[in-house]
Design a protein around this ligand. Structure first.
Ligand code: FDP
Length: 330
């Protein structure tokens, strides 16, 4: 089963569908193939290292950040599929030429886990897709969506030993591995289900002293001899996509709580947390800020940050119980 056929079969289950979302997803897969090819050659073609610029968030950008961003933009130029692109690498939504008639808004982190890129570690691309809404805050992007619940599709690409494309359109989650010999993504992870419990937890422990007490209590319950006795063990790859992919397949949790350096959390709502929350929820897991379901967080700004705990339902429920917060939606 190729990715293209899978997308087409999904489209047929929606009789009113005009096929634009299908082409959009196929273009994302095309961009992923180009990016995977470049990542594989980056050390040889001189594309490793910093670009010399910083992005709107004050982070030093890498040459591969810029290549990944441009690859996505080029994949949608003149297609009339997306009116605009919200990207980690763009200060403002990038309005697409010929985007006036487009139906969708694309939110993307082209290169997630960029600190891994110079050491041949796993990196990813994350995407969330919304129907363009009325209003003209931005001519081609429309007004910002209300929350991540409005996503019509989302997914990620993991560039590791193999390249894996995982997506949902709200009808379950499926994963595809790139067969480089034939240039096609093939279905290798059908109907992905996040186990209700898991023994892996992924978190950067260096800011532990600065976390909220509930986060400290929960992570303490997983770590140390007590956690080990109950089978818990830590994995932290430095790439959100890689850690969430492991969590989806094997269960467990990934956390990035608020700390002194990141009072609202480090990760971005529109193009990191909300897409992954949609995927994980569709696979039976959950994602929370500790205060509310990630998919219900009101979107106020394109580069808005939120604290994130994501993964197995049982683990995230336990974490929420500790934070004593009732969610409106689960
Ligand atoms: P990066 O900044 O390298 O792109 O997207 C943010 C992210 O990576 C995640 O992929 C990763 O899990 C996390 O930040 C790593 O941050 P720390 O180095 O602070 O742990």
């Amino acid at each position: 089963m190729t990715l293209s056929r899978h997308i087409l079969e999904g489209q047929r289950r929606h009789p009113g569908a005009e096929g634009e979302l299908s082409v959009l997803l196929t273009q994302l897969a095309f961009a992923a193939k180009l990016f995977a090819h470049e990542l594989q050659r980056a050390a040889l073609s001189g594309r490793l290292g910093l670009s010399g610029d910083t992005n709107v968030q004050g982070e030093a950008t890498k040459k591969l950040d810029i290549f990944g961003n441009q690859t996505i933009i080029d994949a949608f130029a003149h297609t009339e599929l997306v009116g605009g692109i919200v990207s980690e690498e763009e200060d403002e939504p990038r309005e697409m030429a010929c985007g006036d008639r487009a139906s969708y808004l694309l939110c993307v982190d082209p290169l997630d886990g960029s600190s891994n890129s110079d050491v041949n570690g796993a990196v990813g691309t994350i995407f969330g897709i919304y129907k363009r809404s009325g209003g003209h805050a931005h001519a081609r992007t429309g007004t910002l969506p209300g929350s991540g619940r409005e996503q019509v599709a989302a997914g990620y690409v993991l560039y590791g030993p193999s390249t894996v494309f995982v997506y949902t359109t709200g009808d379950g989650v499926n994963g595809f591995t790139l067969d480089r010999d034939i240039g096609e993504f093939m279905l290798t992870y059908p109907a992905m289900q996040c186990p209700a419990e898991g023994r892996y937890y992924a978190i950067n422990l260096t800011a532990a002293a600065e976390w909220a007490p509930a986060v400290r209590t929960y992570v303490r319950s997983l770590s140390g001899p007590g956690g080990r006795a109950r089978g818990y063990t830590q994995r932290y790859s430095g790439a959100l996509v890689a850690d969430v992919h492991r969590t989806l397949l094997e269960g467990g949790t990934y956390f990035y709580p608020a700390d002194r350096k990141h009072p609202d959390g480090k990760l971005r709502l529109l193009y990191e947390c909300a897409p992954l929350a949609f995927v994980v929820e569709q696979a039976g897991g959950r994602a929370t800020t500790g205060d509310m379901n990630i998919l219900d967080v009101p979107i106020m700004d394109i580069h808005q940050r939120v604290p994130l705990a994501i993964g197995s339902r049982g683990e995230i429920d336990r974490f929420d119980q500790l934070t004593h917060v009732k969610e409106t939606t689960r």
